[in-house]
Design a protein around this ligand. Structure first.
Ligand code: F0G
Length: 439
């Protein structure tokens, strides 16, 4: 079923509007970012906490998905049978284990694990929205630039929908796990001699020139899907709003999506206040943090990005304008953390049994830093987003624990051991580990 409620696209900058059946991502008139604008008066009459709660046990697509459970708020006029979905979302919201919470210094910390999506990152939530739109406008080829997760998600959903996928990666700057996913799911996978920002430029030009459908987060239908993360967090908390939601920022698509989702939840009367958003960037890839420090008075100054958290190695974020809007709506803050802080936080998240990829740990490192700075209070209710799965970047795990990452101290090391197969060696090992039970 598709709902009779219609949405449209509206330019943030010049107010131009487009229908949702056009293949357009940024404004044709002025180049500004587009929003999917919903008919809020019509939505107010149909959406409720009860409606969304009633779908929690759904077995059939698309309502068994943690994105399409909120279909009226995401893409109301998409016909159900044309939705391209893998039942994404429905990810765990963990209470942080005691040791981790103590290390962070937060007594009420929760972790929303988006690494538990079908391809191992939050990008699946955006991709189900974007690829569904691609199908509805009759696209046959889809493309994106990526630091690895967007491409893994796109390759999977394109294959599912029978579309040809084309991916541009920065040469040598993406983890093997992510590269492998794109190749395995059958996308044309291309390494570009340049960084992510260059890849994004070339893919945007290629889409305009050759008619490919663009699946980067400038695509507003991707952001509608990603919006479901905040809706799901709040539903999992029985509609109680946390004090803070903290997330890593790279291209700033998620930051943009979170602000829009929260603003709409509030306008629809589903929540009574907005949480504060904290965006955390890697210090070597922190153009948004730099602008934040100048109160966004200066235009964005792109930087040559460098960080071991390759997922967020981005110097010229495309979601900038919408991300500023999110900060204004939510009284938000931006923080930056070093690679050392990111990798130590990752070791702690991993050691707690939950695990995540490096960029994800920026959020946890950020919470710790914001508590030390007195911006987040230790007893406040904080949800930190883990954006990707621990297996996305195993190389980084092995090198950290091996102590072979240049410029990084392995402060929470769990060194891999090698022994000969003798009981003497096992006894020596257990003694050394304080794990000997019987004499
Ligand atoms: N965390 C992970 C694991 C990511 O893959 C990304 C972005 C982010 C955080 C930042 O999110 O861009 O919305 O601010 N990855 C993109 C990609 C750029 O190509 O996979 P953002």
């Amino acid at each position: 079923m598709s709902s009779s409620i219609m949405s449209q696209l509206r330019c943030l900058r010049c107010d131009a509007t487009y229908t949702t059946r056009e293949q357009v991502y940024t404004c044709r008139r002025c180049g500004g970012l587009l929003d999917v604008e919903h008919d809020m008066d019509a939505l107010k009459k149909v959406v409720s906490r009860e409606l969304f709660d009633s779908r929690l046990g759904a077995l059939d697509a698309p309502y068994n998905s943690g994105v399409w459970r909120y279909k009226e708020m995401i893409f109301p006029d998409a016909p159900d049978e044309q939705v391209v979905t893998r039942g994404e979302g429905n990810t765990n919201l963990y209470r942080a284990p005691k040791g981790l919470a103590a290390w962070v210094g937060a007594s009420a910390l929760q972790l929303k694990h988006e690494g538990e999506n079908p391809t191992g990152s939050f990008k699946d939530r955006g991709m189900t929205g974007g690829v569904t739109h691609a199908v509805l406008v009759g696209a046959t080829s889809v493309a994106c630039a990526s630091t690895g997760n967007t491409s893994a998600a796109m390759a999977s959903y394109a294959a599912l929908a029978g579309l040809q996928g084309l991916v541009f990666f920065p040469l040598g700057k993406i983890s093997m796990g992510k590269l492998a996913q794109s190749i395995a799911y059958g996308a044309t996978s291309v390494q570009v001699r340049g960084d992510f920002d260059k890849c994004l430029e070339i893919v945007r030009e290629s889409c305009a020139q050759f008619g490919l459908y663009l699946l980067n987060s400038v695509n507003p239908f991707r952001l509608e899907g990603q919006k479901s993360i905040v809706i799901e967090i709040i539903q999992q908390r029985k509609w109680r709003v946390p004090d803070w939601i903290v997330l890593p920022g790279g291209n700033l698509g998620n930051t943009a999506a979170f602000g829009k989702g929260l603003h709409e939840l509030h306008e629809l009367g589903l929540i009574d206040r907005l949480p504060r958003i904290a965006v955390v960037q890697a210090a070597g890839a922190s153009p948004f943090y730099q602008s934040y420090k100048s109160d966004f008075e200066e235009p964005l100054v792109p930087m040559q990005a460098e960080t071991l958290a390759t997922a967020i190695r981005i110097g010229n974020p495309a979601g900038y304008a919408k991300a500023i809007r999110t900060l204004r709506w939510t009284d938000g803050v931006v923080e930056s953390v070093t690679d050392q802080e990111i990798l130590d936080a990752k070791a702690q998240v991993d050691r707690s049994g939950i695990g995540c990829e490096p960029a994800s740990a920026a959020s946890v490192a950020g919470v710790r830093k914001l508590i030390l700075a007195g911006i987040i209070q230790p007893e406040e209710e904080v949800v930190a987003l883990l954006t990707g799965h621990v297996l996305k970047d195993p190389d980084m795990v092995i090198k950290y624990h091996d102590g072979t990452l240049a410029g990084i101290d392995s402060n929470y090391r769990n060194q891999l051991k090698v022994i000969d197969p003798t009981l003497d060696e096992v006894r020596a090992l257990l003694t050394q580990e304080n794990a000997l039970v019987a004499p």
